[in-house]
Design a protein around this ligand. Structure first.
Ligand SMILES: Cc1ncc(COP(=O)(O)O)c(C=O)c1O
Length: 465
């Protein structure tokens, strides 16, 4: 953004807000709230800072957990500009490709877990998940086992906003308006959410218990009816739920024993968020299908990918006939070039190693300081993502009623102190850019503490804490 667009007058800001409010239906926004208050006009961003309406904020959410290399990198813009001039668009239907798709594919094959040798491109995480579901079904159909069509997901899962991907989401409120809760194709099992549901169990013991819930569901429904199990290595969006180390290897064993495909939804965890390139490395398991999106281009372009191991790919490709699936902008040249440049930056600046060895451990240590606040029950971190769990009672781990909207109040108060975090029920989530410095972590913790203490003081004043 040029200085000209950044320095817009108050009148101009109000005009833009009015124009937007008139006709723009926003994602995951209460339209009635937009009647009360105008949309916030974000105008500029650089590094870990975002700016709008004269306010500068530290973005401890990296947008929506996707701007991993930070905002406003000139080399990303230059790559996009160059490709747009050479080949602004061409499709990849009917066996056509472009140099940038080919190069991104080569780069991906060097970094993804070794079982993945085939990739399909789309535009969003939802489309990547949708692709994974369709290909899992295609796989079983081609294997002559058409009855294997159900997909099992988990409570607190977030897999997207299209009909099929959202049917997998594990939060009732996301289904009620669209009838997806009655989807006969998606089933849910318990999440490995120890803090809420672990009771007296040890952490690792609970991981095995949560995995066992999947096995029980498979036995109940019948493996002959189930195509796949899908899970995010860390359930990021709905509370940064970090599973015990015992969980994923056991899930993999169960999927293998019952002949069910395993889909790792690495839309958030893929490309470094956990401090390894992929969540499967951090949690020691190997999926048959993997989805990638957010960190693939760090939000500089809309691009996602679904990857397949040889078992799945060989069956999908093994028969003649057109693959009846694809998007107009699959493997878009500009998006592919930008994604490749993003990966090169991650490699050149060793940003993932830095999460593992330096900023990740610092982020953990500093955030854990918040545990001295009486309403903070748990601080869980993995790489550069964290869930800060509120509680009414540290001993019993009792929750405040969700109707108190405490984390919304904290996130709002945090904006006043100058930092962006995200509420997820009774959890505050932070997912900063990989370029976060020690000073950024200090500022995040300092500002978040003030916001939490502000809300805690109000609870005390009302006799609720
Ligand atoms: C794990 C996971 N899968 C899928 C999606 C959907 O991605 P998108 O919003 O790009 O469609 C998200 C989005 O937050 C996600 O976190």
């Amino acid at each position: 953004m040029t200085e000209k667009t950044w320095n817009v007058s108050l009148t101009e800001i109000q005009k833009l807000q009015a124009l937007d409010r008139q006709a723009h239906l926003h994602s995951f926004t209460d339209p009635q709230a937009m009647v009360q208050a105008p949309p916030f006009l974000m105008q500029k961003a650089a590094g870990s800072q975002v700016m709008g309406q004269g306010i500068q904020l530290l973005d401890a959410m990296a947008g929506l957990g996707n701007v991993n290399i930070g905002y406003g990198r000139a080399e990303m813009a230059e790559v996009a500009y160059g490709v747009m001039r050479d080949l602004s668009y061409y499709h990849t239907f009917a066996g056509i490709t472009n140099p940038w798709a080919a190069r991104l594919t080569e780069l991906l094959m060097e970094i993804v877990p070794s079982q993945f040798n085939k990739v399909f491109y789309a535009n969003s995480g939802s489309e990547a998940v949708e692709t994974a579901i369709k290909m899992a079904r295609l796989y079983w159909k081609r294997e002559g086992r058409e009855d294997k069509h159900l997909i099992i997901s988990r409570d607190f899962a977030y897999h997207g906003s299209t009909i099929a991907s959202s049917a997998l989401n594990g939060l009732r409120v996301m289904h009620e308006d669209f009838g997806t809760e009655t989807s006969e194709d998606a089933l849910h099992v318990e999440a490995p959410f120890w803090y809420r549901f672990g009771g007296e169990m040890e952490f690792e013991e609970f991981g095995r218990y949560a995995a066992k819930c999947l096995e029980e569901k498979i036995i109940e429904v019948g493996a002959d009816n189930i195509a796949a199990f899908i899970g995010e290595p860390v359930q990021a969006t709905l509370g940064c739920i970090i599973p015990p180390k015992s969980y994923w290897p056991e899930i993999e064993r169960i999927c293998r024993d019952h002949d069910i495909l395993l889909i790792a939804d690495e839309v958030v965890t893929g490309l470094g968020r956990t401090g390894e390139w992929f969540g499967q490395e951090t949690f020691n398991f190997s999926a048959d299908i993997m989805t990638l999106a957010k960190g693939l281009s760090s939000g500089y372009q809309a691009i996602s990918a679904t990857l397949f191991n040889d078992r799945v790919a060989s069956v999908i490709e093994g028969e003649q006939g057109v693959l009846q699936h694809g998007f107009t902008t699959s493997a878009h040249p500009v998006a592919c070039a930008v994604a490749a440049q993003n990966i090169k930056i991650l490699q050149k600046e060793k940003l993932i190693e830095r999460i593992r060895d330096d900023i990740g451990p610092y982020f953990k240590t500093k955030l854990e300081e918040l545990l001295d606040i009486p309403i903070i029950g748990e601080v869980r971190t993995c790489g550069l993502m964290a869930g800060i769990e509120l509680c009414q009672d540290k001993e019993t781990r009792d929750q405040y009623p969700l109707e108190y909207y405490l984390c919304q109040h904290i996130a709002q108060a945090a904006l006043e102190t100058g930092v962006i975090v995200r509420p997820a029920g009774n959890v505050i989530v932070t997912c900063p850019p990989f370029i976060f410095t020690h000073e950024d972590v200090d500022a995040l913790v300092r500002r978040l503490r003030r916001a939490i203490e502000f809300v805690h003081d109000r609870l005390k004043a009302e006799g609720l804490a």
